[in-house]
Design a protein around this ligand. Structure first.
Ligand code: SAH
Ligand code: DHB
Ligand code: MG
Length: 214
C-alpha cells in the first residue's frame, strides 16, 4: 500500500471512534432498552451516527428518507442534523421494531420531526413524491438495496445525498459468496453504473456509502 493510505487496525480504529463526538445518554439508553426488548443489535455505530448527522447538517438537508428504522437510533441521530422544521420519514417492515422506535422517538428531543411508516419499503417508498428528499439512508435488507437505489434516484432532488450502511459486509464485500456480500457487490455495481451518481465508501462502522446525485 502506498504511503498515502494508512491501514486501520483494531487499535487505530478504537482511537478514531473515541476521538469522535461521544454518544449521548438518550441514544445509549435507547440501545440498552432495544437489546432488552429483544431487538437485534444492528444499529449503526456511534461514530457513523455522528458522521451522518454532520453530513446532513453540512448539506443543509431538510427532508431525509430512511429505509430500515429498527429502534430509531439512526433516525434520531440524523434528525439532529436537520433544522427545527426538518423531517425524517423512516420505513420499517417489523411492527415490533416500529412500535419501539415510535416510543423512543416520542421521548427524545427529536419528537415531531420523525415519522415511522410501517410496511415493506420496496412498496411504501412508492407513495413519496419524486425529488422530495435532500438525503436518503439505506439500512434495511441488503437484497433490497438495488431496488432502494432505484427509489432513491427518483426521490432525491438533484444535489441530494445517498447514504447506505453495511457496504463492507462485515469485511466480506470483496470476496464473500454469502447473500449479503453478493447483494452489496450488486448494489455497488449498480451505483457505479449510474452516470448521475458519484460516490465514495467511507470505512466507518460497517462501511458507509456516501454519494451525491447530480
Ligand atoms: N437504521 C437502523 C438499523 C436498521 S436494521 C439504526 O441504525 O438504528 C435493519 C431494519 O430494516 C430492521 O429493523 C428490519 O426489520 C428492517 N427491514 C428489513 N427489511 C425491510 C423492508 N423490506 N422494508 C422495511 N424495513 C425492512
Ligand atoms: C444486519 C443488518 C444491518 O443493517 C447491520 O448493520 C448489521 C447486520 C443483519 O441483518 O444481520
Ligand atoms: Mg446496517
Amino acid at each position: 500500500m502506498s504511503k498515502s493510505s494508512t491501514p486501520v487496525d483494531d487499535d487505530l480504529f478504537a482511537f478514531i471512534a473515541a476521538a469522535t463526538i461521544p454518544e449521548d445518554p438518550l441514544l445509549r439508553d435507547l440501545r440498552a432498552a432495544a437489546a432488552k426488548a429483544g431487538l437485534p443489535e444492528i444499529h449503526i455505530a456511534p461514530e457513523q451516527a455522528a458522521f451522518l448527522q454532520l453530513v446532513l447538517r453540512a448539506a443543509k438537508a431538510k427532508t431525509v428518507i430512511e429505509v430500515g428504522t429498527l429502534g430509531g437510533y439512526s433516525a434520531i441521530a440524523m434528525a439532529r442534523g436537520l433544522p427545527a422544521d426538518g423531517r425524517v420519514i423512516t420505513h420499517e417492515i417489523d411492527a415490533h421494531h416500529a412500535t419501539f422506535a415510535r416510543q423512543w422517538i416520542e421521548r427524545s428531543d427529536q419528537r415531531g420531526k420523525i415519522e415511522v411508516r410501517l410496511g415493506n419499503a420496496a412498496e411504501t417508498l412508492g407513495a413519496l413524491p419524486a425529488e422530495s428528499a435532500d438525503g436518503m439512508f439505506l439500512d434495511a435488507d441488503k437484497t433490497g438495496y438495488v431496488t432502494y437505489l432505484q427509489h432513491a434516484l427518483r426521490l432525491l432532488r438533484p444535489g441530494g445525498i445517498l447514504l447506505a450502511d453495511n457496504v463492507l459486509a462485515g469485511g466480506d464485500v470483496a470476496h464473500g459468496t454469502d447473500t449479503t456480500p453478493v447483494a452489496i457487490r450488486a448494489f455497488l455495481d449498480a451505483v457505479r453504473a449510474t452516470p448521475n451518481l458519484r460516490s465514495v465508501i467511507v470505512p466507518l462502522g460497517d462501511g458507509c456509502l456516501f454519494g451525491v446525485k447530480q
